[in-house]
Design a protein around this ligand. Structure first.
Ligand code: HEM
Length: 565
């Protein structure tokens, strides 16, 4: 009896393995069918393209074993594989076909030239759990659709404020007002010489900036419900930045039951808070004839005016955008961590702060940004060094990249880590050096003399970073400039902009909508904290930063803040 059971179990395993192998091989061998030819339809014909080569997949797991070897940083693994397969190659993760692109030209080909074929997102179970059972509720995790175009348009004016707009002024005022509250809280929390858990306070300040800007509401730092949702948003931000075997092996779901339950609990608690504490009240008082006061007004009006916008759409949109505060809070926490590791960076920011604020006579606001290039360079260096992964794209129809067929449903990984860590692009890329983002200002004859980072490319830029003014490209590049010069002579250096191979916010039609909020609120938080405090750590070894990740775990290390004398 036991033998019969044993044999049937082995037989079942063998059959599953065999079927899995056959299915994987069918997907591996399938060629992409793409319409090619001249402009006239009579000249067009369907051509078949073989997929890019890659390592042989195992049954069931595909090539997950390879990524398993780079658990701490899959993007490093992607880079390693280029040595064997070149800059474009295929992988099979579980049963899913994937394509990895590892240089700027290929990234442009996917996101710019062929963006319309790659507007989808992976169908990971976790994504559905995070957004009320349907990932299409999320702006970042949905597939491209008309609704997404509408949502992006609705968000653009409020969430991508231009420097010349009233939204920018509002952002600056809200940021500065919240800094007063943060400083008060820091004063209460700091015990001289002792480290403390500063991350929740930074996140709460950032959340209040976002909620005031988008909903004209702020919450008390002692409000336990508010504290809890800020924590849950932070857990979700960490979660979204992680990859799990479950994403490619959905049959593992029973083993992740507790984890998915937790995710659902975080997101439903947040949704209830936003309904109870923001939307329900505002919905009662909305006046269609009055101009929009904030993003919530714009959303509620679109609900009344546009039949295609549902209540769910606006609830999830508001949640998504308020949730952006976690990204900013984590970014600032990372900047403070690098400053704790290297206090010289903090001193250089303080030089700028003291110069523009006339030695601390006022707070730093958004209009100081241009006069504080080193501070902005520090934010950019955090973005480069932490290399936030670009959310994977998915091919929505058969297409061709670099002559290789990409079949519909293929997940495309954009390896921006390799761009950020390449010695071809950056000098000493493994060092945290904000100076690399500085260059000397153009002089009266239109010549710029010095840049900190030797320019590696003079190509036109399509960096995902949006700027008001055109980039100033220096002509005579000199490396190794005296760094102190920049910081002791403010107004001499400016931020290098539109660096073609620096794509922290991606490029193409799905670029980050929140990048101006990141730069604005991130700048106000960092500059004003550094204006008042020196940042240290009692034990530097506790500062654990994760490569290719702009998130830090919700339970984070403490830092020491010493008031400046
Ligand atoms: C550290 C800060 C941030 C970084 C590094 C970052 C980076 C990115 C990247 C790389 C993408 C993917 C683009 C693509 O798929 O090609 C993205 C998408 C997105 N980001 Fe951000 N982001 C940040 C903060 C924010 C904030 C604060 C908001 C909003 C308040 C925001 C809103 C979005 C949205 C809505 C999308 C999806 C756009 C779409 O798929 O159509 N992000 N972001």
């Amino acid at each position: 009896m036991i033998f019969a059971l044993w044999y049937s179990l082995i037989g079942m395993l063998f059959t599953i393995t065999f079927i899995s192998y056959v299915l994987i091989m069918i997907k591996t061998k399938r060629k992409a069918s793409v319409l090619q030819g001249g402009h006239l339809s009579s000249e067009k014909r369907v051509c078949k393209f073989k997929q890019a080569p890659g390592p042989k997949p195992w049954p069931i797991i595909g090539n997950l074993d390879i990524l398993g070897q780079f658990k701490h940083n899959p993007f490093e693994g992607f880079g390693e594989l280029t040595k064997k397969y070149g800059d474009i190659y295929s992988l099979t993760l579980g049963h899913t076909r994937c394509l990895v692109v590892n240089n700027l030209e290929l990234i442009r080909e996917v996101l710019n030239q062929n963006g319309k074929f790659f507007g989808g997102r992976p169908d990971f179970l976790r994504y559905h759990k995070l957004f009320g059972g349907d990932r299409n509720n999320s702006l970042a995790l949905c597939d491209w659709s008309q609704l997404q175009t509408k949502r992006r348009n609705l968000a653009r004016r409020h969430c991508s404020p231009r420097e010349s707009s009233s939204f920018f002024t509002k952002m600056s005022q809200i940021g500065c007002n919240e800094i007063d509250n943060l400083m008060h809280e820091l004063g209460r929390a700091i015990v001289p010489g002792e480290s403390f858990d500063i991350k929740p306070l930074i996140l709460e300040a950032s959340a209040n900036m976002f909620s005031q800007y988008m909903c004209s509401t702020r919450f008390d730092y002692d409000d336990t419900e508010f504290k809890q949702i800020v924590r849950y948003f932070d857990e979700i931000f960490w979660e979204i930045n992680q990859g799990y075997p479950l994403d490619f092996l959905p049959w593992l779901l029973p083993f992740y039951k507790n984890h998915t339950k937790k995710i659902v609990h975080w997101s439903t608690t947040i949704r209830k808070f936003i309904l109870d504490r923001v939307i329900n009240q505002r919905e009662l008082n909305i006046d269609l004839d009055e101009p929009d006061n904030d993003f919530t007004d714009a959303l509620l009006k679109s609900l009344k005016e546009d039949k295609n916008v549902s209540r769910n759409t606006i609830i999830f949109m508001l949640e998504d955008f308020i949730g952006g505060h976690s990204a900013v809070g984590n970014l600032v926490m990372l900047a403070l961590s690098y400053i704790a590791k290297n206090p010289t960076i903090g001193h250089r920011i303080q030089n700028e702060v003291d110069f523009v604020s006339n030695n601390g006579k006022r707070k730093i606001n958004l209009y100081d940004m241009d006069a504080m290039p080193y501070t902005m360079a520090t934010i950019f260096e955090v973005l480069r060094y932490s290399s936030s992964p670009i959310v994977p794209h998915v091919a929505t129809e058969d297409s061709v990249i670099a002559g290789f067929g990409v079949t519909s449903g293929t997940i495309v990984f954009i390896n921006n880590y390799i761009l950020n860590m390449s010695e071809k692009n950056w000098t000493s890329p493994d060092q945290f050096e904000p100076e690399r983002f500085l260059e000397e200002k153009i002089d009266s004859q239109g010549k710029s003399e010095k840049v900190f980072e030797k320019r590696r490319s003079s190509q036109g830029s399509d960096s995902g970073i949006e700027f008001e003014k055109e980039a100033t490209i220096s002509t005579t590049a000199q490396e190794s400039v005296k760094i102190n010069e920049a910081c002791n002579r403010p107004n001499v250096y400016q931020l290098r902009k539109n660096i073609p191979y620096f794509l922290p916010f991606s490029i193409g039609k799905r670029t980050c909508i929140g990048q101006n909020l990141v730069r604005g609120f991130g700048f106000i938080l960092l500059a004003n904290i550094i204006q008042s405090y020196n940042i240290n750590s009692v034990d530097l070894s506790t500062i654990k930063i994760y490569p290719a990740c702009v998130a830090l775990p919700a339970n984070c290390y403490p830092l020491t803040l010493a008031p400046r004398v």
